[in-house]
Ligand binder design. Sequence first.
Ligand SMILES: [Zn+2]
Ligand SMILES: [Zn+2]
Length: 253
Amino acid sequence: MQYRVLGCSGGEAPGFRLPSFLVEERLLIDTGSVAMALEVTQQAGIDHILLTHTHLDHTGGLPHLADNILGMRSEPVQVHGIAPTLDGVRRYLLNDVLWPDFTRIPSSAFPTLAYREVHEGVPFELAGCTITAIRVNHAVECVAYFVEMGGRTLLHVGDTGPTEAVWRHAREVPHLLAVCVETTFPNRLQEVADYSGHLTPRSLEKELDKLDRDVPVYVYHLKPAFRSEILAELKRLRRRALHVLEEGTLYRF
Ligand SMILES: [Zn+2]
Ligand SMILES: [Zn+2]
């Protein structure tokens, strides 16, 4: 499975792009940096977008992508998310105030974007993959996505603090290729992490114990200001197969 990291930082700064991941060229998970990372023709080639949650670092590229690809496709880009996520995008982002409603542009009959509600725990097919959304524990409603292709599954966890259901589900998956999961703050900011629904290296370790499987783990969503501190703390965990996702890199799981 091809998994291209367009951006994977927990903050935006020169050299640090917001979360956006391209699976097999046509399926995008979150939109943080998509409009900065891909040429417009590549942006127009995306058929499906899976949103993990509403937060701007994950949805902020969607208005720019929609604007860029206007009139370039015969079919709308399908934007998938759980009901609270789509509702938030509709109400607060593409609401004809902050940015135009691209589900009616250029016309309601032939729009640029179309929303598709995802139901938690109910697998559905798209772009040759079977997708299952499982709720995680964040400041707003947020999901992880299990992306299965040819019997092998990648687990992409959206922003989350300590959580349970996603690890329970992961333990049941027959061929889990890898887990991509956030670690946003260093251990000294544990209280902030807990309050805001994020992980530190310390709480990540407890989460990975719940996984109870020896699969490669790829960490992302590090805050740029704390990156070196978080990396040092991750190193001290001494876990085998613990990696940090690199921006601009194509992974083949
Ligand atoms: Zn978030
Ligand atoms: Zn985030």
